[in-house]
Design a protein. Structure first.
Length: 191
């Protein structure tokens, strides 16, 4: 079985990492990481947007933080350029549990294992600023056993089109898909 690993992309000291806040923590299968790093041009440095910043992050009285336009935005204009804070599987892998566990108990074990064995470690590898930015994101999963870090990822993650496996087979349950949680991108209303 191809295990999940935790990696920083781009790696520390790489020329594409202009500053430590531009580094992503990835929880990925080793084979998927190998495919990613073989992508032509991997990794590229982030370049600043040209012209005045089209967006601002604002705290609203009723909905928390959000991104709002500060000027007219042209169709097709790039408005945000960032590396995600965290990339992880969109669907939690099913852990090995005793046969008598219900599906609810199995999900509870999976969420606990991801919180403790992956997400806490991934956050510890982030800069203090990125840790704060991640923890400041909304969490709509406070009552379902997700844990605070997994709840944030479940609330704010976007599908990114990367999948495990040769040919990137698409499964209906997204068991081989990945999602990304961004500092700015996750503040865009996606309800």
């Amino acid at each position: 079985m191809d295990p999940y690993i935790l990696v920083s992309i781009p790696p520390k000291g790489h020329a594409a990492c202009n500053n430590p806040d531009e580094q992503s923590q990835w929880i990925t299968r080793a084979s998927t990481k190998a495919r990613l790093v073989q992508t032509q041009g991997y990794p590229q440095a982030l370049h600043r947007l040209h012209g005045p910043d089209p967006c601002v992050v604002v705290k609203t009285p009723t909905m928390g933080f959000g991104i709002f336009a500060t000027r007219n935005i042209w169709l097709g204009e790039l408005i945000i350029r960032e590396r995600p804070l965290l990339v992880m599987p969109a669907g939690l892998p099913v852990p090995t549990v005793p046969v008598h566990y219900t599906s609810v108990q199995t999900l509870s074990v999976a969420m606990y294992e991801w919180e403790k064995n992956f997400l806490e470690i991934a956050l510890s590898k982030m800069t203090a600023g990125n840790q704060k930015a991640y923890r400041d994101l909304a969490n709509d999963h406070t009552e379902d056993g997700s844990g605070p870090l997994l709840g944030i990822a479940r609330t704010n993650g976007y599908g990114i089109g990367i999948r495990d496996g040769v040919g990137e087979v698409r499964y209906e349950d997204n068991r081989n898909a990945y999602s990304a949680t961004g500092k700015l991108g996750s503040r865009i209303n996606h309800r």
